[in-house]
Design a protein around this ligand. Structure first.
Ligand SMILES: Cc1ncc(COP(=O)(O)O)c(C=O)c1O
Length: 365
């Protein structure tokens, strides 16, 4: 079967070795699977150099599940969360914390502007009641990369905890826990790690986990209990997605073989540059200023005189073997093309040829 190329923010195109790793059955309480889980946790920590400072707690489910689990586990009823928002995933963090009944403040920026550390520092000075701050590293809504180091320093200087949604950056964009003061980092299996969907995980400071006993209002999303269980006997508390674990371990071995996050970033960067230059040549403008664009997913404006609606454009490209992604902006008509996954510049060049062919014969689309 010929595979379509997924130019999406995950699930995305994976390597054949990763999918093949799912062909075996595993007993969830068997020593072989316990060893696989241990390798998974060690490798995830190593991606962010977090072995000495953090503990890895994996959880069944998609990225939103791990965000919800981290908030449930680390925010006590008397705590207050400041959410830094410049896109839909920041809004989602605030919605989750509110739904849990936690006190939430929001600091907002327009969708095409980065979070500013100075404004965060001022907000923390003005409100000593804020205990935790949440930031989305790469806002997948647009593909904007927020300036993590400055924001992390501002939060640490104010003595608060920073919770980082690194869903679409982890594995490619540098997150070094030896130098970055982060209480928790959250990500999932199916983005820059190039695994299949089904696992979220968090790297959390053990002191924060240890202090969180009995805090979570949810049993299944309690990461303190999940961590204690894993530390006790290496087992997941509830049925683990065994094949997804096997695929993710294989994907992490492949990440290592590629040269780790710097090599992966270089490949994604090549994809993104090729894409942006080629799309520009075909008349599509990037939504963001180029300096703010992470090489993860690019947002393009729908040209005013474009002969096709998004659905027809999508179908025409799908028929040629490429799946693109709709826009998620409140303010502008856009669509998105992912640069991540097991794809390279040749795939992007083939996509550009497919876009050009579609534009040449829009009535046939
Ligand atoms: C930055 C960010 N946070 C959270 C999520 C939610 O992840 P999921 O859709 O896997 O629940 C996504 C998904 O794209 C994301 O990009």
């Amino acid at each position: 079967m010929t595979q379509q190329i997924l130019l999406t923010p995950g699930p995305l195109t994976t390597r054949i070795e990763t999918r093949q790793a799912m062909l075996r059955d595993w007993g969830s309480r068997d020593p072989a699977f316990i060893a696989l889980t241990a390798e998974l946790r060690t490798r995830l920590l190593a991606v962010a150099e977090g072995g000495p400072t953090h503990a890895c707690v994996p959880l069944q489910g998609s990225g939103t599940f791990i965000v919800e689990a981290v908030l449930a586990t680390l925010l006590r009823p008397a705590d207050k969360l400041l959410v830094l928002v410049n896109g839909a995933y920041g809004e989602r963090i605030a919605a989750i914390a509110r739904r849990m009944g936690r006190a939430v403040e929001i600091l907002r920026w327009p969708e095409d502007r980065p979070v500013e550390a100075a404004r965060v520092a001022a907000a923390l000075r003005a409100d000593p009641g804020v205990t935790h701050v949440a930031l989305v590293h790469c806002e997948t809504t647009t593909g904007l990369l927020n300036p993590l180091a400055g924001i992390a320093a501002a939060v640490a200087d104010a003595g608060r905890h920073l919770l980082l949604d690194a869903m679409s950056s982890f594995g490619a964009i540098d997150i070094d826990l030896r130098t970055l003061p982060l209480t928790a980092v959250m990500a999932s299996s199916n983005k820059c790690l190039e695994g299949v969907p089904g696992i979220g995980f968090a790297l959390i400071e053990p002191a924060a986990l240890a202090a969180a006993e009995g805090v979570s209002p949810s049993l299944s999303l309690d990461l303190h209990a999940q961590w204690r269980g894993l530390e006790k006997d290496g087992q997941w508390r509830f049925t683990p997605p065994v094949q997804v674990v096997a695929a993710l371990v294989e994907a992490l071995r492949l990440l290592d073989a590629e040269g780790g996050p710097p090599a992966r970033l270089a490949r994604y960067d090549g994809n993104c540059r090729t894409l942006v230059a080629g799309m520009r040549r075909l008349g599509f403008e990037l939504y963001l200023e180029e300096a703010l664009q992470a090489p993860i997913i690019a947002t393009f404006r729908m040209p005013r005189d474009f002969p096709l609606g998004f659905a027809a454009f999508y179908d025409a490209l799908a028929a040629r073997g490429f799946l693109i992604y709709p826009g998620k902006l409140t303010q502008a008509e856009t669509f998105r093309i992912g640069c991540i996954g097991a794809i390279d510049r040749q795939d992007i060049q083939r996509l550009l040829a497919a876009v050009e062919a579609t534009l040449a014969a829009p009535e046939g689309a």
